[in-house]
Design a protein around this ligand. Structure first.
Ligand code: SF4
Length: 396
């Protein structure tokens, strides 16, 4: 069942600023301005104060936007506030970084306060495609920033890549994977380009500037899985790959409870996929605690204004009926290759997957998309390709 509000163990913080908006991006973020960032940092401190009493974070994730865009002074202020509020010491603390905004001083400061995982938004290592996507960094900055992060003591780094980018060929994808593997990161996240409405890339597609080649996208995904497995990465979620400990890499502590999940899996995301509670702070962030889902305003000045008045900046609050929430939990968990151990599902949702969803499970097994054993149910490689449609069958 859900944890009590006194013991929420996961914290997400949204930093809604970027140096420049990428062509494909539909996240809530805006081009940075010094004054607004200062105001945001102050508001976030208020929000941290409001939730600190119900939070003992074991995982923290600063995402965005571009968290690394905060300058040293702003990070100092935030980290000291977290220290004062007793929020340091998480087993896993990730900060997303853009390769263009990493410096040794900033990396060391984060490391000193307990940040121990970096997620680097690389997307491609092809100069032409980086420009096509509207990324602000060069391929050289990726290699340099990676070395800087290692020099600052980070032993757990994720590299984000994209595939099926317009004009990307299979040859370019192979070359990018070769270079990404050579970095020897602990984790890889690889997403197929999505054409979200209201993005420049979507407008270009609608205007007929390029075509989507679904067969090529499928081949790129299959290539990705095969090559990751050959390179020592374990495919543990639709788009995520992680190494196991060993060969000079010590496992992060504490050890994960499901041995099917690799040591360097992102524990913060595993908590989402396994139905755990979490606080979400910052503009547009969602939280889920004890049956209540809230979402903050996706408007930074309004978010700041609410907190300056001492109020929680909720745009929406939604109480989820237990069966509806259990359906969502089932759907999320199926994105992982480890699927759902029946016992774990019962603990997370209060329902038995085998009685409530027996029909959906056998339909997926009959389709050749899933496997059931006495202890767990999971999608197989074929099923994972259609994870969204499979997951939808479990929603109530
Ligand atoms: S850096 Fe990330 S959040 Fe910012 S615009 Fe690009 S994709 Fe969106």
């Amino acid at each position: 069942m859900s944890s009590t509000t006194a013991s929420v163990r996961s914290l997400y913080v949204h930093v809604p600023f970027c140096a420049h908006k990428c062509e494909y991006c539909a996240f809530y973020s805006e081009a940075s301005s010094g004054e607004l960032i200062n105001r945001y940092v102050g508001a976030l401190e208020r929000e941290l104060e409001l939730v600190a009493g119900t939070l003992r974070p074991q995982t923290i994730f600063f995402g965005g936007g571009t968290p690394s865009i905060l300058n040293l002074k702003q990070w100092h202020q935030l980290l000291h506030t977290m220290d004062r509020l007793n929020l340091l010491g998480a087993a896993e603390w990730t900060v997303e970084c853009n390769p263009a905004t990493v410096s040794l001083d900033k990396a060391k400061l984060l490391r000193d306060f307990g940040v121990n995982r970096i997620s680097m938004g690389v997307q491609s290592l092809d100069e032409r495609l980086l420009e096509r996507l509207g990324r602000i960094h060069s391929r050289e900055q990726v290699f340099k920033s990676f070395d800087t992060l290692r020099a600052a003591g980070f032993e757990n780094i994720n590299v984000d890549l994209m595939f099926a980018i317009p004009t990307q060929t299979m040859e370019i994808w192979h070359a990018t994977l070769n270079e990404a593997f050579a970095l020897q990161s602990e984790h890889l996240s690889c997403y197929e380009v999505i054409y979200e409405q209201d993005t420049p890339l979507f407008a270009q597609l609608k205007a007929g500037e390029f075509d989507v080649d679904e067969d090529l996208a499928y081949d790129m995904y299959e290539t990705l899985i095969d090559r990751c497995e050959q390179s020592g990465f374990f495919h543990y979620e639709v788009a995520n790959f992680a190494r196991r400990a060993g060969a000079g890499r010590a496992a992060p502590r504490p050890v994960l409870s499901d041995p099917e999940i690799p040591d360097f899996a992102c524990r913060h995301n595993v908590n989402y996929w396994r139905g755990g509670d979490y606080h979400g702070l910052g503009p547009s962030a969602t939280a889920y605690i004890g049956g209540l889902r809230t979402r903050n305003w996706s408007n930074t000045p309004l978010y700041c204004e609410q907190l300056e008045k001492g109020k929680r900046p909720f745009e929406t609050r939604e109480e989820l009926p237990p069966l509806q929430r259990a359906g969502e939990i089932a759907a999320f968990g199926l994105r992982m290759t480890a699927g759902w151990p029946f016992e774990e599902f019962q603990k997370a949702s209060g329902f038995d997957l085998r009685s409530e969803w027996a029909g959906q499970m056998s339909e997926l097994v009959n389709k050749g998309w899933a496997e059931e054993s006495p202890v767990r149910f999971r999608l197989n490689r074929q099923g994972l390709r259609f994870a969204d449609s499979a997951a939808e069958m479990f929603l109530r």
